[in-house]
Design a protein around this ligand. Structure first.
Ligand SMILES: Cc1cc2nc3c(=O)[nH]c(=O)nc-3n(C[C@H](O)[C@H](O)[C@H](O)COP(=O)(O)O)c2cc1C
Length: 437
């Protein structure tokens, strides 16, 4: 940050609720779905809500386009988005580098959501070219102005940040966002550079540090809400991460995309830490892929007229939900690919395909026991893995040099002791991520 940057500090309008009050009003949600471009659209949010998700974000919407282009607005945010009961609580996320465009966009959606989030984390080239997301990380003056204007406009506002290599700079950055008026702070424990082939692991120590220090500085835990993002794979991770970081909530992206059952349990009643416990609730936490495909398909059908975004994302979701199944049942996978296009053109009833998947699973269950088992081979004292039958949704592990690059904080802590070395080694690793669709 250069010396001459002007940091804006919010003046709170009379009667504006604190982050904690908003959080309480929303029922203290702990299990959240991340903002996900082309993936956290209406139909998937409805599915996630059915499966225990307590709050969702929309995909990132571009405030420049949203404020000016009615077609863009209707493609990405329709009359059913944010409808009570079905799609709330909801946070709408914008990326922006212009106060007027941002406030205008917020005004369009503010009555159809509970909060508005500023994206400060997008690391993609499109964000670099458009100068938004994580590419504002050096421009604290602009960030603080954007947040302050949202706050002073009376909006319930949050922002989602990434971390810097230096812990104290990350804290200073987070504190700047809070001082500017962000009532909630989502902290994704990865650097801007950690994307694509070098995504690596999120650093929960940074999240823990930021959360604790911010709450001390603000002198009361009653005000600020901090959400931990990164490294959720199994239902048991939620409690572990909340206890470790002491954050108010977790949000998950890929964990939910590959297994919408991740949040579908009752923390007071269900045992999610042992294979025995998981077996008892396997239909909820590792749903069968045919069942979830059918549920998701029905939701897409019910909203398709008002949610083009849900139609657009359908195929990509099915490939993620059925990933382990399609890896084995290649003929069905090949059959599914072209079907999506015909479905979009309203010429195909997907129920036929779903029946085929159902029949194939019934045949396979004869040879493959339908049980969740403890994976002794990959587990160690700190990290537990489970074997889940291939016809059930399950976490997706990136395999790097033959090793599961699962994002557990214990492993990650070791990796990130030397951040420079870590980035260097990531860049030099040939990661074999099989993203073949
Ligand atoms: C397909 C996809 C789309 C994403 N789109 C967004 C987005 O629109 N806004 C955002 O802030 N982050 C976005 N992210 C990042 C996620 O919100 C999240 O921070 C990241 O995936 C790390 O969480 P996870 O380890 O639980 O996946 C996206 C990630 C993925 C995989």
């Amino acid at each position: 940050m250069s010396e001459e940057q002007k940091i804006h500090v919010a003046k709170t309008p009379d009667g504006k609720k604190t982050g904690r009050q908003i959080y309480n009003d929303l029922g203290c949600p702990k299990k959240m779905l991340c903002p996900l471009v082309d993936h956290s659209e209406l139909a998937f949010r409805i599915l996630m809500k059915k499966y225990g998700c307590e709050l969702s974000y929309t995909p990132m919407l571009n405030a420049k386009l949203f404020s000016k282009d009615a077609k863009y607005r209707s493609r990405h945010f329709g009359p059913l988005d944010g409808v009570h009961k079905m799609d709330r609580p909801l946070i709408v996320q914008f990326c922006s580098n212009d106060v007027d465009e941002l406030i205008k966009s917020c005004d369009y959606v503010k009555d159809q959501c509970d909060m508005i989030d500023l994206n400060l984390g997008c690391p993609q080239n499109i964000a670099k070219n458009g100068n938004y997301g994580s590419f504002l990380m050096e421009n604290w003056s602009l960030i603080s102005e954007l947040i302050t204007k949202m706050h002073e406009h009376g909006l319930n506002n949050t922002c989602k940040i990434r971390i810097f290599p230096e812990m104290d700079k990350s804290l200073e950055y987070a504190q700047m966002c809070v001082d500017a008026g962000a009532e909630w702070l989502g902290v994704h424990g990865r650097l801007r550079e950690q994307r694509g082939q070098i995504t690596g692991l999120a650093d929960l120590d940074y999240i823990k540090y930021i959360n604790e220090k911010i709450k001390v500085k603000n002198d009361t835990e009653e005000k600020q809400v901090v959400i931990s993002n990164g490294n959720l794979l199994y239902p048991g991770d939620i409690k572990k991460i909340l206890e470790y970081t002491k954050c108010d909530a977790v949000m998950s992206g890929e964990g939910c995309l590959y297994n919408p059952g991740l949040y579908n349990f009752d923390e007071d009643k269900d045992d999610v830490n042992s294979a025995e416990g998981l077996n008892e609730i396997k239909d909820r936490v590792f749903p069968r892929v045919d069942k979830i495909m059918k549920e998701y398909f029905d939701i897409v059908l019910s909203v398709r007229k008002d949610s083009p975004a849900s139609m657009k994302s359908f195929k990509s979701h099915i490939f993620k939900l059925l990933r382990p199944f399609f890896e084995k049942e290649i003929d069905l996978r090949n059959e599914f690919g072209p079907l999506n296009k015909i479905f979009e053109e309203d010429k195909y009833d997907f129920n036929d395909f779903i029946k085929k998947v159902e029949k194939r699973i019934e045949e396979r269950i004869v040879d493959h026991e339908d049980v969740i088992s403890f994976n002794e081979e990959d587990s160690n004292d700190e990290v537990k893995y489970f074997n889940v039958p291939f016809y059930r949704c399950q976490p997706y592990f990136r395999v790097i040099d033959g090793v599961k690059n699962n994002a557990r904080y214990v492993t990650m802590k070791k990796d990130l002791e030397d951040k420079e070395g870590f980035l260097h080694s990531l860049k030099n690793k040939k990661q074999k991520i099989k993203d073949d669709y």
